[in-house]
Design a protein. Structure first.
Lengths: 912, 419
């Protein structure tokens, strides 16, 4: 029998019970499915079987000896006995042997009461003294002694090896190994180096899979026993992957004790990255805002909610009546929930009466939305995260996935290392994924169009295109073909520095694969040619018929946890929720009716335009919800000046961020762990965010605050809860039409989800593009806005780093993270470093036409000669002092990825 | 009973480095024939010969090659296991030192058959002189066009790396050996996947014992049919028996399978026991094989007969114990060695091996209690049934068989003073 996955099903008998499962299921898993609990200490669905505990032995009829059920696949007609006298005796002995080396009292263990070893020992009546009571040993230094993140206790370790295997197979970091023999055996790093100095990426997986209490979160020790904690399932607050996780809260202290995740969670399958795992210290941080603040004489003073809201309503009302609604602008937030964003844009549009609403997606993916909407009719990831693992070819361009979207990188690495996918990485830097790639195309920053056009010219010349697809599903092919014709690989080599032969090979691999998935991120979008870049990737996919099917597609990875949702819900100046144009009179009429008020029919200002409008004096008030433009916007000096200049600035925030410090009124809001609502991840999955903690002080939900301000301004808004907001969203937003809180339990739904019976959409454009036919665009290579010259001889790129997020407001509150990533740096090639006599860790001054910063040098070969890279998370060396705010003409995205820079060794510190 | 010198025919007959002498004594015929055949046919020939592994597990060599050859992954590797760590076993050394070119010829044929371009020979750490010799052999072979590109003018190319063992018994286990070559900890792995599927650096790999591989040129030179004329139907060819323990003359003797009994081997080649005492027990297959008591010594020298008698042929290392020895002391000696060698992967083997050693030491010191005998059985059973590799599955066998065959020795050793 064939299941719908093409996998055969087999029937067998386990302890007399008939079981039918897929053929690659193990006996252990099949037994679990029918409620037979075969004891096991070294099985975890996240890792391939390792078979070290030997507890899961079973007898298979007709086979000599016993087999371990965790590594034996089922077979048709098999008859399995999971326990008999012999097996029970062996299990008991093994447990007694393990206990003879378990050198600690369970009474002092946080795992007490939730420990498999304890359970099995009880089940088999294992005598812990059968082989002698273990001797206590003096505590010795081990590889975790200095780690702020993890504590390993060899006395509790049963040496199952799950942690070592996880580290090797999932993050593929290979940080862990075994050291010592027999009694002295223990987990360690190579040569016992301290964990922070090892290749460990702090994913926390080793803790997650550990069946005993041997590997634990250091910060959690003594903060509550496992059985006393309450787990609330919610969505990670950091990146757009949208990992589902459990906040483990001690109800007595109202604190998050640790973060865990389970293998059945989507899309992360129980895996996390450092930010989700160790980045939650900010939640209960003492610096959290607890009361409204009003600035008087340049100083913040605590205020009551009534006072603060009245002041805001009054000032905004005055400005509105004096200079008109368009002199007010709002910055919504990709960190806030869908419900917050919906209410925010409704507030700006209905209560203030302008379309001046935007959010930081502008800074990341506006060009994606613009480009993909033009080509396909819809600006989101075409496919699902889970499909990546089965793609035949994966083309990663301009995405340092391992650092910016770590859990998606796990899928990519699995595809390449285990499933035979051919990975092509196009990135100026020698990023981690290169280790797994068949080809690395190291293009010069800002030359992506040349590279992709050259690939297409090869595909057309060598007749590797999908003619049927092009004919049936697309239009404007000839114009595109004409445009790419001139870009021969040889010509592209001159522009991109990628050898022509490699470009040819990449084109062939991509075109010949049955399923090829393009994955891109800010390396593509943050350019003055961002929209062009996206369009040419869409061209490439259509040319080879790689859209509208499983495991293929064009997949932009969105940055912030809810940037997809913020866009979906209309925190954009030109569209209402669901990408419905504000300039379309019919749609306008629909919203006028729904919101019972007049609406402006004119598109509003984008983020950077708002700043420029403040400078020009046409925008007088700015309302910010959880945004930090003072650190995230390009050309920081200019942004900061604008924030200083604007007449009235409101900030709804969890911390007094760099931007909030400029505000006239600061309102304390809730962070994700205190909220109910939804986030939409990068694969369009709408997932539930659940309240796990009570909020600090007087802090309130963002949407509630907005409702109060709006009501005070004369436009009444009132909702009982987030679920009610979602119902309103569904009523006005066709792509969310079928969404409601009860329907998205337990793993969410992917939009478009048109009505209550719609199952959601795994991949887009099946059979037909959103816009009808897919449209090719004739895109030609253009130079970046700024190219190196004598004075500024380097190309500077900015970007992200694994350990930090965005402006660092949240991640930098974590001790575990701070230990691994304490400060900013600039990466440069060792030959350049030598030329300027710069050594590793030296202070250097990086300057551009806009400003200069001093930071530390990180010398190596991750960047090529002549290029520099800086992460943008650090306030003390803010990379965005340097970046160019030149804009993409269509999407208005700033050119973060390329500018011309100079470098010199900074004056040595006198103390050094 | 007499020796049948097939693998050992040239041992002592030429200077080990002298390739020309090797050729003059009939060397390289197998390789020459091989290079004119298709790899599949070479494998077919080995299958027909019925050759089984001589490293202890007795797996059919032809099948192992075929499984590896059929894998799609590239490259493939061939490893010659010369770690010879089993107690009472020293036959591989005889071949490595006495007829190295034949072993090399076997390696070349195997590499050709499975499509490997890189071969390794992993030589026991203690065999320092042997390793030096092999470094030289590899150099000479390269000069003579037997290693490197286009071997003997054919399209076939292979390189050989001589690797050194680390003085660990467990490193001889195939996956521990592979890990060791990958410069990791010498640790075994879960099977399946077997080395034929995911071996060295994750690629399809054949691991063969030295003696196994030394049979290969003979089979290819003579043809499988001729080869099978020695030995018995289900156990063709000869084996190198290492004879040691309480015998007058220990040594390595090449015997055609089934051509004599254990007793004849001990009496005729070993010239009887050291002190002329009666035999108490024999381990017929190396230090991890179960004991056979005096009554079983009439068993024929075939795998089947030895299994039926209650032990296993293993590495064919025959260790003889005279009557006056206590089973407790013998077992103590064995555990002294094996009890410190677990790679640590499996819970029962890692902890059980140490515990068994402790318990037996205690018994030998006269401090044991009745319950200790039960404990030994419990641990032994858990290890044998519950271990990943041959180590954990086998090291308790002598202990368990001794408890079975010589309970009185253990009773006697128990502490007589009431606690
Ligand atoms: C603990 C242990 C040690 C071993 N040591 C050796 C060894 O030293 N030499 C050897 O050839 N095989 C040894 N083996 C057997 C190998 O794992 C493997 O089966 C053998 O090399 C395969 O070769 P064959 O099929 O030609 O016998 C050992 C096995 C175990 C479990
Ligand atoms: S935290 Fe992750 S990377 Fe670090 S040691 Fe554990 S599993 Fe490996
Ligand atoms: S630390 Fe935990 S997972 Fe790792 S070997 Fe020990 S018991 Fe197993
Ligand atoms: S930051 Fe992204 S990848 Fe990391 S745990 Fe959170 S959602 Fe997952
Ligand atoms: S049986 Fe022993 S030696 Fe073999 S893999 Fe298991 S622990 Fe290692
Ligand atoms: S769960 Fe199968 S051996 Fe541990």
């Amino acid at each position: 029998m064939e299941g719908d996955t093409g996998m055969k099903e087999v029937s067998l008998e386990i302890d007399g019970k008939k079981v039918t499962v897929q053929e690659d299921t193990t006996i252990l898993e099949a037994s679990k499915g029918v409620g037979i609990d075969i004891p096991h200490l070294c099985y975890d669905p996240r890792v391939p079987p390792i078979g070290t505990c030997r507890l899961c032995l079973v007898q298979i009829e007709g086979q000599a000896g016993l087999s371990i059920s965790c590594n034996t696949p089922v077979a048709e007609g098999m008859r399995v006995c999971t326990e008999n006298e012999e097996i029970a005796a062996i299990r008991k002995t093994i447990l007694e042997l393990i206990l003879s080396q378990h050198r600690v009292a369970c009474t002092s263990c946080d795992q007490e009461g939730a420990c498999k070893l304890q359970d099995y020992a009880y089940r088999y009546q294992a005598d812990e003294a059968r082989f002698g009571l273990p001797e206590r040993r003096p505590t010795e230094r081990n590889y975790t002694t200095k780690s702020e993140a993890i504590l390993y206790d060899p006395d509790k370790c049963i040496l199952c090896g799950l942690c070592v295997k996880y580290c090797e197979e999932v993050p593929m970091a290979e940080a862990l190994t075994f050291a010592g023999m027999l009694d002295e055996m223990r987990v360690s790093t190579a040569f016992g180096t301290d964990l922070p100095e090892s290749p460990c990426v702090l994913c926390g997986g080793c803790i997650a899979v550990c069946p005993s209490g041997a590997m634990v979160d250091r910060a959690a020790i003594g903060k509550g026993r496992e059985k006393d904690l309450i787990k609330t399932r919610t969505v990670c607050a950091y990146c757009g992957v949208g990992c589902q996780l459990d906040l483990n809260v001690n109800p007595r202290t109202n604190k998050i004790v640790r973060v865990t995740s389970e293998p059945e969670y989507i899309p992360n399958r129980g895996n996390l990255c450092v930010k989700g795992k160790f980045g939650m210290d900010f939640v209960g941080h003492p610096d959290r805002l607890t009361t409204p603040l009003i600035k008087r004489n340049g100083k913040f003073e605590q205020a009551s909610w009534e006072e603060a809201i009245k002041l805001i309503a009054d000032r905004l009302g005055q400005i509105k009546s004096k200079t008109g609604p368009d002199s007010i602008a709002g910055l919504s937030s990709a960190k806030c929930t869908n419900e917050d964003n919906y209410v925010f844009q409704k507030f700006v549009r209905a209560a203030v009466g302008t379309n001046n609403v935007d959010h930081c997606a502008r800074l990341c993916h506006a060009s994606t939305v613009a480009g993909l909407a033009r080509a396909f009719g819809s600006g989101a990831m075409t496919n699902s995260i889970d499909e990546i693992r089965n793609a035949e070819c994966i083309f990663v361009i301009g995405s340092n996935t391992s650092e910016a979207h770590p859990v998606i990188a796990l899928h990519i690495k699995e595809a390449a290392a285990r499933n035979g996918a051919k990975l092509i990485v196009a990135d100026p830097r020698d990023i981690e994924l290169v280790r797994f790639a068949k080809l690395h195309l190291q293009q010069q920053p800002g030359t992506d169009v040349a590279l992709v056009n050259a690939m297409m010219s090869v595909i057309i010349n060598e007749n590797l295109l999908d003619k049927d697809f092009v004919k049936a599903r697309t239009e404007n092919f000839e114009a595109m073909a004409e445009a790419v014709k001139e870009m021969t690989p040889e010509k592209a080599e001159k522009i991109t520095t990628v050898p022509a032969e490699k470009i040819r090979e990449a084109a062939r691999i991509y075109a010949k694969a049955k399923t090829a998935s393009i994955i891109f991120s800010m390396g593509i979008t943050q350019h003055t040619t961002g929209t062009d870049n996206v369009l040419s990737l869409a061209n490439l996919a259509m040319l080879t018929g790689n859209v509208g099917k499983e495991s293929a597609g064009v997949n932009p990875l969105r940055g912030q946890n809810n940037v997809q949702g913020a866009c979906d819900l209309g925190a954009l100046p030109n569209v209402y929720p669901g990408y419905q144009s504000v300039e379309d009179p019919q749609i306008q009429a629909k919203f006028k009716k729904a919101w019972k008020t007049n609406l402006s029919g004119k598109s509003g200002l984008t983020v950077v335009e708002m700043i420029h409008a403040i400078e020009a004096g046409s925008v007088k008030a700015l309302y910010m919800m959880g945004e930090n433009p003072a650190l995230s916007d390009p050309n920081l000096n200019r942004t900061r000046k604008a924030l200083e200049k604007v007449d009235f600035l409101v900030s709804q925030e969890v911390f007094l961020s760099e931007s909030a410090q400029f505000a006239d009124v600061v309102l304390p809001s809730l962070c994700f762990a205190e909220k109910d609502g939804t986030f939409t991840n990068t694969e369009r999955r709408i997932q539930r965010v659940r309240k796990a903690l009570s909020p600090p002080g007087e802090a309130r939900d963002d949407w509630q605050i907005l409702c109060d301000v709006s009501t005070a301004m004369g436009y009444a808004m009132r909702y009982e809860n987030a679920s009610e907001i979602m119902d309103e969203i569904a009523s006005v937003t066709p792509i969310y039409g079928g969404i409601s809180f009860d329907r998205i339990e337990p793993v969410g739904l992917q939009w478009p989800c048109l009505d209550k019976d719609h199952p959601g959409t795994k991949y887009l454009h099946k059979g037909e593009f959103k816009r009808g036919k897919g449209k090719f665009h004739a895109v030609r290579f253009r130079e970046p806005a700024e190219t190196p010259d004598k004075k500024f001889p380097f190309i500077l790129s900015t970007g992200r780093q694994l350990y930090q997020f965005h402006t660092g407001t949240l991640t930098r509150k974590s001790r575990a993270i701070d230990q691994k990533s304490p400060t900013g740096y600039v990466e440069l090639h060792h030959e350049d470093a030598e030329k300027y006599s710069i050594g590793e860790g030296d202070f250097v001054e990086v300057s551009t036409r806009r400003g200069k910063v001093i930071t530390k040098a990180s010398v190596g070969s991750r960047v090529a000669k002549g290029w520099l890279f800086m992460p943008f998370h650090f306030a003390e060396g803010p990379a965005n002092m340097l970046t160019n705010d030149a804009l993409d003409p269509i999407a208005k995205i700033p050119e973060f990825k390329v500018c011309a820079a100079a470098i010199k060794k900074a004056e040595p510190d006198l103390e050094r | 009973m007499k020796e049948s010198k097939v693998l050992t025919q040239r041992v002592g007959k030429y200077e080990p480095l002298d390739l020309e002498a090797y050729k003059a004594l009939g060397g390289l015929q197998g390789l020459r024939r091989t290079l004119a055949m298709k790899p599949e046919s070479v494998i077919e020939e080995i299958k027909k010969s019925g050759l089984t592994g001589r490293g202890g597990a007795g797996f059919p060599a032809g099948l192992k090659w075929a499984l590896t050859a059929q894998e799609k992954q590239e490259p493939k590797y061939f490893l010659c296991n010369a770690d010879e760590g089993e107690l009472g076993t020293f036959k591989d050394k005889v071949l490595l030192d006495g007829d190295p070119w034949a072993v090399l010829e076997g390696i070349l044929i195997a590499a050709y058959a499975i499509g490997a371009e890189q071969a390794y020979i992993y030589i026991k750490g203690e065999y320092e002189e042997t390793a030096k010799l092999w470094e030289q052999i590899a150099g000479e072979a390269e000069k003579a066009g037997l290693l490197g590109k286009g071997i003997l003018g054919s399209n076939f190319s292979v390189n050989l790396q001589v690797a050194r063992g680390r003085g660990l018994y467990i490193a001889g286990e195939e996956f521990a050996l592979i890990s060791s070559l990958e410069t990791r900890r010498a640790m075994s792995r879960l099977k399946p996947p077997y080395p034929s599927e995911e071996g060295l650096f994750g690629k399809p790999t054949v691991v063969n014992n030295v003696e196994t591989i030394a049979n290969v040129p003979v089979i290819l030179a003579k043809g499988a049919e001729e080869y099978r004329k020695l030995g018995v139907e289900d156990d063709p060819g000869t084996r190198l028996f290492s004879l040691s323990g309480d015998v007058k003359k220990s040594g390595v003797y090449e015997i055609a399978m089934g051509s004599g009994t254990l007793k004849e081997l001990i009496d005729e080649f070993g010239r009887g026991t050291t002190h002329g005492r009666a035999i108490k027990a024999v381990q017929p297959g190396g230090g991890t094989s179960a004991f056979l008591a005096r009554g079983s010594l009439g068993c024929k020298l075939t795998s089947k007969a030895i299994s039926e008698a209650g032990s296993g042929i293993g590495t064919a290392g025959v260790i003889v114990y005279e009557e006056d020895r206590s089973a407790v002391d013998i077992v103590k000696g064995l555990l002294q060695y094996y009890g410190a060698e677990s790679c640590g992967r499996c819970a029962p083997c890692r902890i059980g091996s140490v515990k068994m050693r402790e318990i037996v030491d205690n018994l030998a010191r006269g401090n044991g209690a009745e319950a200790d005998l039960m404990r030994l059985r419990e641990i032994g059973n858990a290890c044998v049934a519950g271990s990943t590799c041959g180590m954990g599955q086998a090291f308790p066998l002598p202990v368990l068989s001794a408890l079975e065959l010589f309970p009185e020795d253990f009773e006697e050793a128990l502490c007589k003073v009431p606690a």
